[in-house]
Every structure is written in C-alpha cells, then in structure tokens.
Ligand binder design. Structure first.
Ligand SMILES: Nc1ncnc2c1ncn2[C@@H]1O[C@H](COP(=O)(O)OP(=O)(O)OP(=O)(O)O)[C@@H](O)[C@H]1O
Ligand SMILES: O=P(O)(O)OC[C@H]1O[C@](O)(CO)[C@@H](O)[C@@H]1O
Ligand SMILES: [Mg+2]
Length: 541
C-alpha cells in the first residue's frame, strides 16, 4: 500500500496524536481524495492527506512523510493511525461554536463523563500481539463539549433509501426525539420516498408526537425508493429549503449517494452536515460490527426454518427448502442456520456448490434422508446464481439503483431436487419450499435492535451537532464510532470462507464443503488473502 502524506499546519496547535509536525507543504491535493481539516481540540487545524489505497483520511502519529522533500520524520513510531471524519470547519474555518446544551440537561446532570474527549478513539482491531503496531482507529462517537449549530437555527431532514429493514422507524423516531430532547431542535423535516423525494415530493414536519409510536411498525414511515439520485437537484433542494443537517438512512448504495451529497455541499461551501446511518438487512456494510435489523431478521427466519423442519419431519422422506435474503452476502442464511441447529445444509453466495456426483448436494440430501428421515436446506437468494443461469432463463436487468436482478434460486433448487429424486433416483420425496424473504424484513425490530437503533440515531445527532460531516456511524468492536463514508462504500462485508465462523457452520451442519469440484476460485482466495495482508499492513505501518 502506497501512502503519501502532506501536512499544512497553519495553526500551531499542540497535538498528542501528531507529536511532530512537518514543514508546511504547499502541495495539498484536494480533488480526488478529499482533503479536510479538523477544528477539534488537540488536532492540528489543517491536515491534508494524499492516499492511494485505501483513499481514506488518515492521521498518523510517528511517521510523517513530507511530500515535497520525501523526508520522513520518525518519532514515537507506534503505528497509530486515525481515520478521521471531515468537520465543517475544514471548509468553513470561521464557523462559531457554542456550549453543548447537554451541559444543562437534567438527564445528564450526574453523568460522570457527559462529553466524549476529543482524544477518545476506537481501535479497529482489538486482537493484537505483544509488540504489534497500534493500527487503525476511528473517532469515538458521542456528545462533544462544543456544538457548531445553534439549536433554534437547525433545520434537519431525514430520508430513507433502498430496501426495507427492521428498525428504520426506530432510527427515524430517535433522530427526531434526540434532536428535540437533547438539543432543543424543533425543525425536522421528513423527505418522503427516498432520494427522489428531495425534488419530487412535499416534506412532512416530524415532531416527537408524530413519531411517538412508529418504532412499533415495520417498514419506513417516510417510504423509500431505489434510483433517482441526482446530486445537483438534491443539493439545490437542500439549499432552497434551508436545510443544514441531513440524516440519510440506507445501505451501500445510499452511502455512495450520501458521499456525493457531502462532496457537493463542501464544493458549494454550505454549512450543512451530512451523516449516513447504515441500514441493510444483508449485514454487508464494511467496518461496523453488525447492521441494525439483522438480529431481528435472523430471529424471524427461525420461524420459517422451524416450519420447514416440522413439515419435513412429519412426512416420509421430507425435504425442506427455505430461501432467505442475501444478495451478495450470506450472513442471514449463515446465522439463521447456526441458530437453528435443524439445518442440514446452508448455501451462500460466497461458497460455490454443485448438485450431482460425489460430494454434491444430491448425494448429501439422500444420505440425510436415509440417516434422519428428512433433510433441511437453507439458501441465500444470491447463492448459485451462475449455476441456476445454466438452466433458467437469465434475467439480465438491474433495478432502478443498478443492482443486478437475481434469478429465483429457491424455485430452481426445488425443481432440481424434485427432478433428481423422482426421475433419476426413482425415490419418492415430500418437498416443501418456503420463501419468507420479505417477511423477515417487513417486521418491527426486536428489543435488541430497538436499543441499537437508538444508539445509532443519538450518535448521528451528536456528531452533526458537533460539526462533523461526511461520516457514518456504527459500532466497531462494540464501541460506537464516526467512520468516514468512503470506508463503507469502498468495500462490502461478505462471509469469509477462510474465517472460523464458516468452519463453525460446516461443523454444525456437517454439510459437504463442495471443495472437490468447485474449488474456490483462485481470484477469491487471492482477494481474501490480500485483505488479510492489507489488514496486517495497516496494523504495521
Ligand atoms: N453510486 C451511487 N451514487 C449515487 N447514488 C447512488 C449510487 N448507488 C446507489 N445510489 C442511490 O442510493 C439509493 C439506494 O441504493 P440501493 O437501492 O442500492 O440500496 P442500498 O442503499 O444499497 O440499500 P440495500 O442494499 O440495503 O437495499 C438509490 O436511490 C440510488 O439511486
Ligand atoms: O425487492 P427489493 O425491494 O428490491 O429488495 C430486495 C433486496 O434488498 C435486500 O433486502 C437488501 O439489499 C436484498 O437482500 C434483496 O436482494
Ligand atoms: Mg445495497
């Protein structure tokens, strides 16, 4: 990984993170990489970085490479890296700050540390070796002593984009109530119907009273959509409506849109804070521990799996097939399988499989029927897409957001299993196919997710009030952090076949690993190995 860094420190603030400052360099690269500065205490007021891969904003204590001289100042080189988030003062340096109203809040009156210290960071890796470098860190989320908005001047808006997910309404509710109760902000607008709602629909005024009960309902109170992201039109609208805080709830696609909005806002020099709240039922968002609604979805999936198991158990040669969501990541299928213990085979997009011959799925299903009287298969909707395409009419389209449309692998597998046992094995089976895909995401969030959504919403509110922008929120090793948006748009989280979790699944189901015929492509192994190496490098730079 090549990393070059230039610093221009125009105020001689002392920093415990960057203990040695380099000579101001005129060479500041702003365009492709995004440069920023932070006005938070104890950080240099302006630090611009150029990074080739990954393109994230980093402060490094220890090694500072001066871009023009190539000189390396090596001091306290413990490998500490802060992947920081932008702050409004990086492009609006004269922005005034105010004391945080939480200072006077009765609820926080006896809290020992109401405010997060500007030096608090969250480590991306918590398993370390004696003597290992400190590695990547993110700013810890939470209220700051100073805010960069007067509550009565805030006009916030909330928008929800992409697919549904349990807990969206809780996040909406808690943003509205958090702004109102903690900061006294009363002007909150709901943008209806996703990104296109900015320019094609009327807004609604969101009050604590209006959103009081919405966390008990599934879906999104504000409606959602795919497609329709037009950065210019959206930012024009933000400007026209006088909005200065934008809360965007959505997945990877939504965050790409949020990044574009933040960049346009910065280009126009607007005092508008943009924050993403990661939402995806697939749990495929990078960096964060887990996405909200995932837990609820896994729990709900148990009902379908249990039903399929009961149906299969109560007949001769019963076979159950359950299809769950998971376009490119098989987390729901994997965790639902691990939780259930009744599943004989779990098929995910990350792990290729085959049906016929030795070590194939048919052989294994027959073996399970003979041993156990029945067999139960859980598959993620993105599993075996290429395989299914060989015998199904391919759908070559994309949805309005550009996501590839999938073949129904559940129906395909059902037909293949039936054909095989009836026509090839001449064996009577009783097969039931259950497709609960939308049922697991259109429900309200469970207790765990409700609390999680509350923390996410409050972290987002604290961050925007403190003047941070272009960031997303989420737990990293259980601690909520502010993460640069590009960190969650550059990569997606997938099931790692080389991780122990997948081995746990294989050990729990005893299913074949399908490694004989469909060897995991060299490309995948290379990619996973590179990720591990990259991680090690990050820890060791
Ligand atoms: N590269 C992009 N740049 C700008 N906007 C984008 C981009 N990709 C997607 N979007 C916009 O983000 C919104 C949501 O995207 P998408 O439908 O892919 O869902 P998502 O946010 O990924 O959520 P999920 O995958 O969980 O359903 C859409 O309005 C889409 O137009
Ligand atoms: O039918 P829709 O609304 O496009 O959503 C389906 C997709 O949304 C998700 O739930 C989230 O991306 C996927 O698992 C699924 O493929
Ligand atoms: Mg997505």
């Amino acid at each position: 990984m090549e990393l070059s860094l230039s610093t221009s420190l125009h105020s001689p603030t002392t920093s415990s993170f960057l203990s040695k400052t380099s000579t101001p360099s005129p060479c500041i690269h702003r365009q492709n990489l995004g440069s920023f500065s932070t006005a938070a205490p104890n950080f240099p007021s302006r630090v611009s970085l150029k990074l080739k891969k990954p393109s994230v904003f980093r402060h490094r204590r220890g090694i500072l490479k001066n871009q023009s001289s190539g000189e390396i100042a090596n001091d306290e080189d413990d490998g500490f890296v802060l992947e920081d988030v932008p702050h409004l003062t990086s492009f609006l340096p004269d922005l005034p700050s105010y004391p945080n109203p939480l200072k006077y809040s009765q609820a926080y009156a006896i809290v020992k540390n109401t405010f997060v210290s500007p030096e608090d960071v969250v480590a991306q890796k918590i398993v370390v070796q004696k003597g290992s470098r400190r590695g990547v860190h993110f700013r810890r989320a939470g209220p700051r002593e100073k805010v960069y908005f007067k509550p009565e001047k805030v006009r916030a808006c909330i928008v929800t984009c992409g697919g549904l997910c349990p807990g969206i309404n809780t996040v909406i509710r808690e943003i509205v109530c958090g702004l109102h109760n903690m900061y006294g902000v009363e002007d909150v607008l709901g943008i209806q119907g996703g990104y296109r709602g900015f320019y094609s629909q009327n807004t609604i005024k969101l009050t604590p009273k209006l959103v009081n009960d919405i966390h008990k309902r599934g879906g999104t109170f504000l409606q959602t959509s795919r497609g329709g992201h037009d950065t210019k039109k959206i930012v024009d609208n933000i400007q026209d409506r006088g909005i200065n805080q934008v809360y965007i709830i959505g997945g990877d696609g939504t965050h790409k849109g949020a990044l574009a909005i933040y960049q346009e806002v910065e280009k126009r020099g607007l005092q508008v804070a943009v924050v993403g709240i990661p939402k995806t039922i697939d749990n495929d968002i990078a960096v964060i521990d887990k996405s909200f609604g995932f837990d609820t979805a896994v729990e709900e999936a148990q009902r379908a799996i249990n039903a399929a198991h009961v149906e299969a158990e109560c007949v001769a040669n019963g076979v159950g097939i359950v299809k769950l969501m998971g376009r490119y990541s098989g987390f729901i299928a994997m965790f639902a399988t691990l939780a259930s213990r009744d599943v004989d085979c779990c098929l995910v997009p990350e792990s290729p499989f085959y049906l016929e011959g030795q070590g194939g799925l048919f052989e294994y299903v027959e073996q399970r029927i003979k041993e156990n009287g029945h067999a139960l298969i859980v598959l993620a909707e993105g599993a075996g897409q290429e395989y299914a395409a060989q015998s199904m009419h391919a759908v070559n389209g994309t949805d309005a957001s550009g996501n590839r449309l999938l073949l129904d692998v559940g129906l395909w597998l059902t037909q293949e299993v039936k054909d095989h046992f009836t026509n090839v094995r001449k064996m009577e089976i009783n097969l039931k196919y259950i497709d609960p895909t939308y049922m697991i995401r259109a429900i309200p969030s469970n207790a765990y997710d409700n609390i999680y959504c509350t923390l996410l919403a409050q972290s987002a509110v604290h961050g925007t009030m403190a003047g941070y922008t272009g960031f997303t929120v989420g737990p990293v090793n259980s601690r909520h952090a502010y993460i640069p948006i590009n960190r969650v748009t550059e990569a997606t989280n997938t099931v790692k076949l080389t991780d122990r979790m997948w081995a746990r699944l294989l050990a729990s189901t005893n299913q074949p690993s399908f490694l004989q015929k469909c060897e995991i492509s060299q490309e995948r192994v290379d990619k996973e190995t590179m990720e591990v190496i990259d991680d090690m490098r990050i820890t060791s730079i």
